[in-house]
Ligand binder design. Structure first.
Ligand SMILES: [Ca+2]
Ligand SMILES: [Ca+2]
Ligand SMILES: [Ca+2]
Length: 371
């Protein structure tokens, strides 16, 4: 029989997860493991128990320490966590100034997970009681936790418990929220903090954090037990329709006269642009492209013939920007359609792009001939 203990420690250097293997002491039909050497057992710790049955089968049991995570945003609070007794009831009670505001009993999943959403923000001083089965109950107080974007200094500032350990994150806000940039710090003795994002790189997009550029901020406070209380800032505002709407069919295409700045403001938005190929452009290489894409943009580009329906070329690649290199063989008015790569690249802050046509003339070199 083997017991695997996985513990997470959060400190100023971020999160470290360690796993240790123990051989338990078995007495009758009970076993126990001494974890006194395991330095960082807290509410984020997990235990796997592997038991080899006489036939050779291995049976696994899983348990997560009692954990509570509270996520507060405008108009809603999410509670989630783990109870060490999977499949059992957990009662959560929200108390405010000695009055029970809300109470609910949930059934934890087979892994012990539970989640509850509450249709208003909890307030500083509120207390959450968590009553699981089989282990002692606990209570968590909601601290005064605030956050404010400071784009000029590329910081997020706010109030937090004095000297409290904090994780401050910026996310690019799209339909699949992703916390791209994270920094760990401690609040000062007066209970204020300032998280600076200079030089913090998103590991998956290789770009630096810029507070306020279509970002949403989040501060998470870690209690001594390892419970987490988070507050989310407001999401950045959605983009509006661009100046060329409504142009969702080729008959309403906006004529191209130079760089066009556009948005994909709705899931159903599609942008049509017409452009004229004069006799002087026949045989000239044209590059049709979307450029200067916002952080939530990914376009597809289609080129149509003068009838607006015959497809001549397309770029539907997953690369955010799109490009079609094309050499017209006849003058006329041609059409371009720009669609989002998928619905997630619409509506939200940063669903922006510019459309541009580059004309490249081929200049044959002059060769001086000696006679
Ligand atoms: Ca548009
Ligand atoms: Ca449109
Ligand atoms: Ca694309």
């Amino acid at each position: 029989m083997v017991v695997l203990v996985t513990s997470s420690d959060v400190g100023l250097n971020g999160r470290t997860t360690t796993s240790s293997i123990y051989t338990p002491t078995v007495s009758g039909n009970r076993y126990s493991v001494d974890l006194s050497d395991e330095g960082n057992v807290n509410s984020q710790s997990e235990v796997d128990v592997f038991f080899r049955e006489p036939g050779g089968h291995i049976v696994r049991a899983y348990s997560h320490a009692l954990d509570l995570s509270v996520e507060i945003e405008e108009g809603t609070t999410m509670f989630s966590g783990y109870t060490p007794t999977p499949g059992s009831p957990v009662t959560l009670t929200l108390r405010r100034g000695g009055t029970v505001e809300e109470t609910t009993t949930l059934t934890a999943s087979r892994e012990g997970f539970f989640a509850w959403s509450f249709p208003e923000q909890v307030l500083p001083g509120d207390v959450i009681d968590i009553r699981p089965v089989g282990v002692p109950s606990d209570s968590v107080s909601i601290p005064d936790l605030t956050l404010q974007d400071d784009p000029v200094n590329n910081r997020v500032t706010g109030k937090a418990p004095a000297n409290g350990l904090l994780e401050v994150s910026l996310g690019t806000y799209n339909r699949y929220m992703w916390w791209e940039w994270t920094t760990f710090l401690k609040a000062d003795a007066n209970g204020t903090y300032a998280a600076n994002f200079d030089g913090i790189i998103s590991w998956w997009k290789c770009r630096e954090a810029q507070v306020g550029q279509c970002t949403r901020s989040k501060v998470t406070y870690y209690t001594d037990e390892g419970y987490t209380i988070s507050r989310l800032g407001a999401p950045p505002p959605d983009v509006g329709p661009d100046a060329y709407e409504n142009d969702d069919t080729f008959t309403s295409a906006a004529p191209y006269t130079g760089l066009q700045s556009r948005t994909l403001h709705a899931v159903t938005d599609t942008d049509w642009i017409s452009f004229t190929v004069g006799a002087q452009d026949v045989g000239v290489t044209l590059t049709l492209m979307t450029v200067n894409l916002g952080p939530n943009a990914n376009t597809t580009l289609y080129l149509y013939d003068t009838d607006g329906t015959t497809l001549l070329a397309k770029d539907t690649s997953e690369t955010p920007s799109s490009q079609i290199v094309w050499r017209p063989t006849a003058p006329g008015t041609y059409y371009v359609k720009i669609d989002p790569y998928s619905s997630r690249y619409t509506q939200l802050c940063g669903a922006t792009y510019d459309f541009f046509i580059a004309r490249y003339r081929v200049h044959l070199p002059l060769v001086a001939q000696q006679r």
